[in-house]
Design a protein around this ligand. Structure first.
Ligand code: ZN
Length: 846
């Protein structure tokens, strides 16, 4: 279903005439001057006599190469650089003979401020002093900015890194330090052990004023946390997670951790969330450093998910690696899947697979647009690859793996994964290799099933009528032109009876199929299916009446399916809100989140003038829950109670305009009692009140925040303000004092602001060239996602579309297109409901 361009036809790919085996890299970093110089010796195998070779290099000045082969030395002319393809070609007067050879190269480069390649950043430490670090981020194709190399995942080699750095700084790389010697004049040379065979994008080195914990030994591997000086009190949680994850994955994969040590590093400026460099995993500070005693549950769980995700990659990604970038989905989908499995093992009471429903819903929403894409598609250029790091790769990819795992059985699935990793350790794979291993373990036609999920976009809607289950493609709207939504899937369907009995697995292969079911049957039992379900009305009424007999995840799925049905115009807001009346006694934040999303949408649609009925409804639905839970944690409450309390307080204070809740929230804000689960709702409720002095208080608290979570909370606080001047002041900061890693996400929050969002978006789009120049590549897509709030202004939605279609992103334009289509969907929802919704809600609450 996709056509593959061969390596030979793709000008971005390197020929395999010469293949690297080992790099010895020596880099001298001048942090103050923001430059570096380096030399690299590369042991290669020359497979064919050639008078030239090409490798990747960009933003480097590279001297002519020297090649030693067959006892002779060959010198090249000055390399020809091809900026478009990011290559350097070295020509020789005569052909280099076949055989093992060593290439020597010297080069210079810049420590850029773009948060990719080998980059430099400055930050202010806890003593107010300005500090400089130099660090790397190579995925997908930026190792070539740090040293000339065969920068494709299939050219695996070993790396021996030596760094020359300012004497007083610390240095880290993928492997253990083997020597450190002063060179005089304030310089020091640090050498690291040779790595295992791996891809260039996993090489890393970090230089700066860092400290490390003493190593904790886990199954023979020393594990440390590394952090900017002074933040050592924030790493205990990450260390506990890392110890668990290393033990868990060593067992799950039945292969020991492949590196010689494991460091988790908190980096003050980082474009992505985290990066799975073997043995040298880098994180945004907020994804690693935390004080669990003062953080909210989602923040605590977030660190767990990210640490577990990255450590899963040590095997799945680092030990076994995709052959080319179209396989990145498998890397990321699998790590997302394993992060949840591992987290579920670490804290079963968190019910990770239930809350995954909220993540899966985001994938459903994008994947129900005609502008969706298949999970796997052809990647030609680096920009194509950068566009793949999205919710379809991560969340949809994870969802279909979870569906498959639940269909095959957890231990069978795990056996298949073990076969896959053992077969392909230290090598590269394509997607079919995983299916083959899972077929070996299960005897099921895994490839045939999964091709329908991976190679076409979209997902099915299953209709249950009597004893027949049928499928059709789910789409939120009519296709205006070409559609990327597929036609038929091989759907693993699990069913069970509410009256008891085993869960039954069936494979729906064609348009429809008979099944042994009746009106007490739950279709999508266990809630792991990547499809929507619609029941006949008599069947649905039985399910709705027996809401309490569903398990938690099935209940969440029922609410999500209903919300999807509202979006396509088949159900009404009232259907969902009536269903929500059955939730009062349940500590189920995942399901409540679905309800709150609908409440938020309804609130925008009815507008400020007509929202009394909505506010009353919110107080009716959410008020009794707060009365039951109280404001403060009580001993013996469920593990979900704290998170639910935050959802409930937030909704009551914001949409319910509940005077008591507002009073309590602002009082806590004033006393500085802003921690734990209620921290976010307290800040956002308070900022909505437009009290003088609060924005300044938030700025002071941001500047003096003792945790990255508090820093983020107060950074985003102005987005909740009802005062345009406060919002616009924060907008100015996003382009000046706010770190570039945070700027796009702050702008996204501000674009969503009720009173000033459109103004922020117009001002931002007016300086779009600056946006592209200033922020890390690809991250401005986040800003565009903020426009999804413009649901009640059809003209503005058209303006947004026209602007972004005439200013396409180099990477990620397909994601932009999906956002624009989603905005159209929300506008249509608003238009269908705007005239009548307030009146209908009035009827519902009286
Ligand atoms: Zn990942």
């Amino acid at each position: 279903m996709t056509t593959k361009t061969s390596v030979i036809d793709n000008p971005y790919r390197l020929p395999r005439t010469i293949v690297p085996a080992a790099y010895r890299l020596r880099l001298d970093a001048d942090l103050d001057g923001a430059t570096f110089s380096g030399m690299v010796e590369i042991d290669v195998e020359i497979h064919k006599a050639v008078a030239s070779f090409t490798l990747n290099a960009i933003e480097l000045v590279v001297a002519p190469a020297t090649v030693h082969v067959s006892g002779r030395e060959f010198a090249s002319s000055a390399p020809t650089l091809e900026e478009k393809y990011e290559t350097a070609t070295f020509d020789f007067d005569e052909a280099l003979p076949v055989g093992p050879a060593t290439i020597s190269l010297t080069f210079t480069g810049i420590l850029n401020d773009q948060l990719h390649g080998f980059y430099r950043s400055t930050y202010v430490d806890s003593d107010g002093a300005s500090r400089v670090i130099a660090t790397t981020q190579f995925e997908a194709t930026d190792a070539r900015r740090a040293f000339p190399c065969w920068d494709e995942p299939a050219f695996k080699a070993t790396y021996q890194v030596t760094l020359i750095i300012p004497e007083e700084l610390a240095a880290f790389s993928n492997t253990s330090e083997v020597s450190s010697a002063s060179l005089g004049e304030g310089r020091r040379e640090v050498a690291f052990a040779e790595t295992m065979i791996m891809s260039t994008y996993l090489v890393a080195f970090v230089v700066g004023p860092f400290e490390a914990t003493a190593p904790t030994m886990v199954l023979g591997t020393p594990v440390r946390a590394v952090y900017p000086i002074g933040k050592g009190h924030l790493v205990a949680w990450a260390m506990e997670l890392a110890v668990h994850a290393l033990e868990y994955f060593s067992d799950y994969f039945a292969i020991p951790y492949p590196g010689d040590k494991l460091d988790l590093l908190a980096i003050p400026d980082f474009a992505a969330g985290a990066m799975e460099n073997l043995g040298c995993v880098t994180f945004r500070e907020v994804e690693l450093l935390i004080d669990p005693a003062s953080a909210a549950h989602p923040e605590i769980e977030r660190v767990a998910l990210v640490v577990n995700h990255e450590l899963a990659h040590m095997w799945f990604g680092d030990l076994v690696t995709m052959d080319w970038w179209e396989g990145i989905w498998l890397n990321e989908a699998f790590a997302t899947f394993m992060e949840s499995i591992c987290t579920d093992h670490f804290r079963p009471e968190w019910k990770k697979w239930v809350s995954f429903n909220n993540s899966r819903d985001i994938a459903f929403t994008i994947d129900g647009q005609h502008s969706t894409r298949p999970i796997e598609y052809e990647v030609i250029s680096p920009d194509d690859c950068r566009g793949m790091f999205d919710v379809l790769t991560y969340e949809k990819g994870c969802s279909v793996l979870r569906m498959l795992e639940q269909y095959l059985g957890e231990s069978t699935f795990r056996d298949g994964i073990r076969i896959y990793l053992q077969r392909h350790a230290y090598a590269n794979t394509i997607t079919a290799d995983l299916w083959a291993a899972l077929e070996s373990a299960s005897g099921q036609p895994v490839g045939e099933i999964m091709d329908t999920w991976i190679l076409q976009g979209g997902y099915p809607l299953l209709s249950v009528e009597g004893t027949t289950i049928s499928q059709e493609p789910f789409a939120y709207a009519e296709a205006k032109g070409a559609s990327n939504i597929g036609s038929t899937w091989q759907v693993p369907v699990l069913t069970r009876s509410l009256d008891g009995g085993p869960t039954v697995a069936m494979l729906l292969r064609g348009p429809s199929q008979g099944a042994a079911i009746d009106t007490s049957t739950v279709v999508n039992a266990g809630g792991s299916g990547f499809y929507r379900t619609t029941y006949s009305s008599d069947h649905l009424s039985v399910i709705a009446e027996r809401l309490g007999d569903l398990d938690e995840i099935e209940r969440a799925v029922l609410f999500s399916d209903t919300w999807a049905s509202i979006l396509v115009g088949r159900s009404s807001f009232e259907d969902l809100f009536s269903l929500a009346r059955g939730l009062e006694l349940l500590d189920e934040p995942t399901t409540w989140n679905v309800v709150s999303e609908a409440i938020g949408m309804a609130d925008r649609i009815v507008g400020d003038d007509a929202s009394d009925a909505l506010a009353k409804l919110v107080r009716q639905l959410y008020g009794p829950v707060l009365a039951r839970l109280g404001w403060d944690p009580v001993p013996g409450e469920s593990a979900q109670a704290g998170e639910l309390r935050a959802v409930i307080v937030g909704a009551l204070g914001i949409y319910g305009r509940d005077a008591d809740v507002i009073k309590e929230a602002t009082a806590r804000f004033d006393d500085g009692r802003v921690s734990g689960d209620l921290a976010d709702p307290i800040v956002s409720i308070t900022m909505r009140q437009n009290r003088p002095g609060d924005p300044e208080t938030c700025e002071v608290r941001r500047e003096t925040a003792s945790t990255p979570q508090d820093e983020q909370r107060y950074l985003h606080a102005p987005a909740s303000s009802a005062d345009p001047a406060v919002v616009l002041a924060a907008y100015e900061r996003a382009f000046t004092t706010v770190r570039t890693q945070d700027g796009p996400y702050l702008l996204r929050s501000l674009v969503r602001n009720r009173v000033a969002g459109p103004q922020v978006w117009r001002a931002t789009s007016a300086r779009w060239d600056e946006v592209i120049e200033r922020f890390p590549e690809h991250s401005p897509v986040a800003i565009i996602a903020g426009t999804l709030a413009f649901i009640t202004d059809a003209e503005l939605a058209v303006e947004v579309r026209n602007f972004h279609e005439s200013h396409p992103m180099a990477a990620g334009q397909q994601q932009v297109q999906q956002i624009l289509d989603l905005l159209d969907l929300y506008v249509a929802l608003a238009q269908r409901n705007v005239a009548t919704l307030a009146g209908r809600l009035e009827t519902l609450v009286n």
